[in-house]
Structure formats: structure tokens, C-alpha cells
Design a protein around this ligand. Sequence first.
Ligand code: PLP
Length: 369
Amino acid sequence: MKVPILELKPAYEELRPELDAAYRRVMESGWLLLGKELEAFESEYAASVGVKHCIGVANGLEAMQLLLMARGIGPGDEVIVPSHGYIATWLAVTHVGARPVPCEPDPQTYNLDPARIEPLITKRTKAILPIHLYGQTADMTAINAVAARHGLFVLEDAAQSHGARCHGREAGALGHAAGVSFYPSKNLGAMADAGAVTTNDDGLADKIRHLRNYGSKVRYQNDYLGMNSRLSELQAAFLRAKLPKLAEWNARRVKLAARYREKLGALTDLTLPSVAPWADPVWHLFVVRTAQRDALQRHLAAAGVGTQIHYPVPPHLSRAYAGAGGKRGDFPLAEKFADEVLSLPIGPHISAHQVDHVCDAVRAFFEKA
Ligand SMILES: *Cc1c(COP(=O)(O)O)cnc(C)c1O
């Protein structure tokens, strides 16, 4: 049996009539950018998250970058970001000219540890940018409390958490604003790059609508130094076709995560993901941890099981950030997790039978060791 880490075609097979109709609707309209499909998707997505505004943009990285720009965050400013996570979060900060200040994770949930934020705050700190990593929201109650004490802007990186909840409220509605990605492999994915900003802030929403389109809302009237970062009609139409399935697809992920937990819970050399009592994760990834990660990955590959590492190099040790002077030992938890994490296959089109095969292979590895 083969269990690939990710397959995108089954989503098309499940929604073929809807996706084909979306394609034809856009082609026949002859309107490809900033039209009715985008407007409809924006209001449907905003409603699903429970916020007033959704603004479609080109991708998740630019969603966060545009938000930082809109807040006037730039050179001389600092933004607190997770030391353990994807480099895009850091890049959004770097690209507006501000400095990412890494904060270590909670060792249980891998998300930004609220207790470690305060010592990092300086006169230059303008914002906190937590990721809801692997599909579980960060501890937003605690993060928002720190931010409120210091007058900081809270921007969520909600790229991995479509539909996830924190105390019953949706990711994307938990801070001042959020950047979302609809990269094809995300829980809600387009057929190419796509992203959005969600917020309840009218002024911020209006500014993002300008900034994504050359700083202009009225043609050839440019009010800000904007970017070109638009979500196309075609991608908006595909996303509209997929959005009604999101809850069901997330529920399938939740079931598979429970199955992994039940079948792997007894292994003492394997750390399973922990879920905070107030969190409803959507299992973008099912990430386990072991000191024997590389050997386990090879063993699983031989058994036909695809895995990935999210992420093997913490941003501070990447060549891209070499100029910032980061070195091994600076962020011990991020470094340890980079050496130990392994993502097992999970997704709406992975079967329980396939998960059983993965679990048998994982157990065989530890039992023979
Ligand atoms: C995917 C992802 C991004 C970037 O989204 P793009 O649409 O690829 O730019 C940012 N942050 C996290 C945590 C992600 O998983």
C-alpha cells in the first residue's frame, strides 16, 4: 500500500461538477480580475470566519506584508514572530523593512509561548505575529492580553488553520487582523497561489483594498504606494466551490487525527501532538516528534509512506537570515523541534485504512528498535 503525504487530485474528483462550472462561469464572463467572483468569495469567506471584512490578495505572504504596510510598520520597528514555524511569517516582516524578533514556542503545542513574549518587548515593538501552527490556534487569549498591556497590534498567520477555533471563535477572527493563504495544499486551497486578509477593522480593510491594487480603488487615482497583489476571478470561483466542503473536510482530518492518537498513543519514544483544552484544531498537519526522526522517515519511505518535515531549518539558521547573525543555540526549542518533527499523512482524502498502514509501519519501527 502507498500512502502519499499529499495528493491534490482527489479534491478535484470529489468536486468536479462544481469546479468545472466555476471555470466555465469565469471564462464565459470574460472578466478575470477584481470582479463578481472575488466579491462573492470575500463575503462568503468573511461570513464563514465571522468577521466583517475579507480582502482577497495574491498569497499568504503578501496578505501579512500588506497588513504590516497598512499599519505603517517599517524600518526601525520590531515584530515578534515564532522561532518555530515557516519562514514566510518572518519574510513578511523583513519585506516591510522591520525586524522579526523570534519568540520560542510552548513545548506542548509548538505555538508561540505567551509567557515568553513580554521580555522581548522594547520601545520599537509594534506587533505580535503568531502562527496557528499545524492547524491549532495559538493561545490568543493570553497573547491578546500581553498585546493590550503594551498597545501592540496582533496579526494572525492563519495560513494553516482554516476553520480552527480558539474558545469557539474562528482563526482569522482572533486578533486585530489575519493573513490567510489558499496555497493549494492548505485546508482550503485554490488551484494556484491565493490569499486573503480578514479583519473587523473598517479602516484597515479599506486601506488593504487600495494597497493590493497599486494603492488605488478608483482607476488611475493612486492614494497610497501600493503593490499588485490580487486574487484572480478564477481562483475566487474555485475557492467558492470548495468553501462549502471545508467543514466536512476538516471533520475528516479530525477523525484521522483521533485514529493516529488511538493507535500510536502507547509508544513511549514518540511524542504525539497535544491539544490545548480550549482549542479545536483542524489538523493541517499531523506532526509527531522523535529523536530517531531520520531513521523513522527512511523506514516509512520503505513501507510506502510519504512524510515531510515542517520545518527542517529554523528561520534564524537559514542562509537567508545569515546576515541577522543568528547561530545554533540561540533558540534551543526551535532547533530541537526542527531536528525531531515529522509530518505523517493526513487529509480529507486519506482513508482510515491508509492511516492504519502508517500506524503499523510506525509501530514496527519502534518495536524492532
Ligand atoms: C503557507 C504558509 C504561508 C505562506 O502562504 P503563501 O500563500 O504560500 O504565501 C505563511 N505562513 C504559514 C504558516 C504557511 O503555512
